[in-house]
Design a protein around this ligand. Structure first.
Ligand SMILES: Cc1cc2nc3c(=O)[nH]c(=O)nc-3n(C[C@H](O)[C@H](O)[C@H](O)COP(=O)(O)O)c2cc1C
Length: 180
């Protein structure tokens, strides 16, 4: 597929679109290998992806359940049943670059995961930042280091048909040509 089309057709696919089947670990490995090719100033590669699947996925959702408001229980249970793998995305402040740069680089790694999904027509996912991922209790649950910050989760699941269509305002709204 043409790169322009891959970029435009990259979508966030949500648990309500997952069919509940389990993704082969080899697919997850490929997505993580793609993440590793993100640009990184001073080659710090300052991200960590913690992979939760099977029993560890259930422990993660059980934790989220234990700290959630009761109004969220139903959605969490639904998401737990539909999701195959969860990647917890963290960034490390290694002191070699401003933290902004490490966050930017980690976001590039996540975009590589998103784009790599184009190679798997029946696998989708999205980057989420809910479920109290910035709270100290979550930091403790994932056994994060002192220099580590959570940037969210990537929920992954199998899909029968992946949505590809979306809308964007013109890029011209976000661009200033300084020679005009
Ligand atoms: C840093 C970041 C955090 C996000 N957090 C959430 C979230 O908590 N919940 C959610 O439904 N989507 C979340 N998204 C996904 C966006 O909602 C999604 O990218 C947007 O709807 C556009 O859809 P698309 O990715 O298919 O183009 C997040 C995206 C980014 C980049």
């Amino acid at each position: 597929m043409d790169i322009n089309q891959i970029i435009k057709e990259r979508r966030s696919t949500f648990p309500k679109e997952f069919n509940g089947e389990v993704i082969d670990d080899s697919v997850i490995e490929q997505l993580l290998e793609n993440a590793q090719w993100a640009p990184s100033h001073h080659s710090t590669y300052a991200w960590t992806f913690r992979v939760f699947s099977g029993e560890s996925k259930d422990r993660l959702f059980d934790f989220w359940h234990s700290v959630a408001f009761p109004t969220k229980y139903e959605k969490l249970e639904f998401n737990q049943a539909k999701t195959s793998h969860v990647l917890i995305i963290t960034v490390h402040d290694k002191g070699k670059n401003p933290l902004e740069e490490e966050i930017a680089s980690t976001a590039c790694a996540v975009q590589n995961i998103y784009l790599g999904l184009s190679q798997f027509p029946n696998v989708g996912g999205y980057w989420g930042t809910g479920n109290g991922i910035y709270e100290p209790h979550f930091h403790e649950f994932i056994k994060a280091d002192e220099d580590e910050y959570c940037m969210g989760y990537f929920l992954l699941g199998k899909v029968d048909n992946k949505r590809t269509e979306s809308q964007r305002p013109s890029y011209k709204k976000n661009v200033i040509w300084m020679d005009e």
